[in-house]
Design a protein around this ligand. Structure first.
Ligand code: IMP
Length: 420
């Protein structure tokens, strides 16, 4: 059967949680392969809203094994809280969750460092989620991080955290001139989390390879989006991991040729949170506020208002090309129903002879306006029921971006999905 990869094709917040939940009906495994608690994946089941930060969205299906892969940076304190919150809401989940022994841990000092480096960095403020993502990946790459398997040995874990803290304190004090932190501040919280998370430690790569041998149904859930990729996004205004298809192999320890389907998730328009260039951002304040309110565009993790823009066909084409998306899903299409006309960026004028995604502040997009459909599509159950203008809009997205649309989401609820 192979692995079905689900990736955010834009700047994150494309509505991946709902789509992963849809595809994970009958999935044996849903695995996250990068990022951490910076993600906020929302799934509605009837009136109930679930926002998942580190646990894969498959947790809302009873029999699905949910794995947190080695490419993630895992905050054990937040993970414990997330598990407890799900349990309080009747989602029995402990035996469903596995944490890769070789994933790295986000420690309290990483979150502190994320905050103070953002506060100190006026010239290059990134607008991170302050969840400690960048500092933890930096330590992993600098080979001074704390891998998850250390949770299995209380003494070894405490020693590793203390050694790490001595190093981090030098940065806190000498670079940022801030007061240092002592292990005692975090001991109790960390020990509670260690006790909760250590039984979940597993060999994620081996679990998935075994499942592949047994022809199981495996889904991977990307967090953030392709334009926030460390290397292929709008650096430095990016996250510190690889949200695209290629991140799956290294993030889970599986061969690239085990991937048989790669689905890109695209919102029918664009949003971005945090700083950084955004070529199709709407300048007209009234229109952008209208779109934000219609789409409820506020961060699921931080509550920050999202910047709003029109569909960017140039970046969609780029995203599809570098990820090899076999098909794409369009989400939040219903949000556009109230607009008279809907612009789509089809080309950029750029100063380089090539698309330099690190210089998106220098491009000028040229837009084509598509007529709005001005009809409520949230109850549609088949493509044939879509108004002509909406069908034309979808056809334009396919033509410009170069990938077939397999599914359109027309509302927040689990059943508001139109499959082609
Ligand atoms: P970090 O991942 O917290 O380091 O933040 C780096 C950049 O990625 C910032 O612009 C964040 O707003 C953005 N970002 C991180 N996680 C998400 C997400 O789940 N959705 C959208 N943007 C995100």
């Amino acid at each position: 059967m192979g692995i079905h990869v689900i990736v955010g094709g834009q700047w994150g917040d494309e509505g991946k949680g709902k789509i992963v939940d849809y595809f994970s009906d009958n999935a044996d495994i849903v695995a996250r392969y990068q990022g951490g608690a910076n993600a906020g994946h929302t799934v509605f089941i009837g009136e109930d809203q679930f926002v998942l930060h580190q646990i894969p969205s498959g947790i809302l299906r009873e029999k699905t094994r949910c794995l947190l892969g080695a490419g993630m940076v895992i905050d054990p304190i937040e993970l414990t809280r997330e598990i407890e919150e799900l349990q309080e809401r009747g989602i029995r989940c402990n035996d469903q969750i596995g944490v890769a022994y070789n994933a790295h841990l986000v420690l309290p000092i990483h979150k502190i460092l994320d905050g103070i480096s953002e506060d100190a960095n006026d010239e290059q403020f990134i607008g991170t989620t302050r969840r400690g993502i960048g500092p933890t990946y930096a330590d992993r790459h600098g080979r001074i991080g704390v891998p998850a398997h250390l949770l299995l040995d209380r003494t070894g874990f405490e020693e590793a955290v203390q050694t790490h803290l001595r190093h981090a304190n030098r940065i806190v004090e000498k670079i940022y001139g801030q007061p240092t932190h002592q292990f005692e501040e975090f001991r109790e919280q960390l020990e509670r989390a260690r006790e909760a998370v250590s039984p979940l430690i597993t060999d994620v790569s081996n679990e998935i390879l075994t499942a592949l041998d047994q022809d199981n149904h495996i889904i991977t859930e990307g967090a953030q989006g392709v334009m926030l990729d460390l290397d292929y996004g709008s650096y430095p205004y990016v996250t510190s991991s690889h949200p695209g298809t290629a991140g799956v192999s290294v993030g889970l320890g599986v061969p690239p040729n085990a991937i048989t389907r790669s689905t890109g998730i695209f919102k029918a328009y664009c949003t971005r949170v945090g700083e950084g260039p955004f070529p199709t951002e709407i300048d007209d304040k009234d229109k952008s506020v209208r779109l934000r309110e219609a789409g409820g565009e506020y961060g699921a993790t931080t509550g920050r208002p999202r910047r709003c823009g029109w569909f960017d066909g140039v970046l969609a084409k780029y995203s599809i090309a570098i990820n090899g998306f076999t098909d794409i899903c369009i989400t939040k299409a219903d949000v556009l129903s109230e607009f008279d006309e809907i612009p789509v960026a089809e080309n950029y004028e750029s100063q380089n002879g090539f698309l330099n995604v690190q210089k998106l502040d220098e491009v000028t997009p040229s837009f084509t306006n598509y007529p709005g459909w001005k009809t409520d599509i949230s109850g549609a159950t088949s493509f044939d029921e879509f108004p002509d203008a909406f069908q034309d809009y979808l056809a334009a997205i396919e033509r410009i971006s170069g990938a077939p649309i397999s599914l359109v989401s027309v509302g927040p609820e689990r059943n508001q999905i139109v499959v082609r």
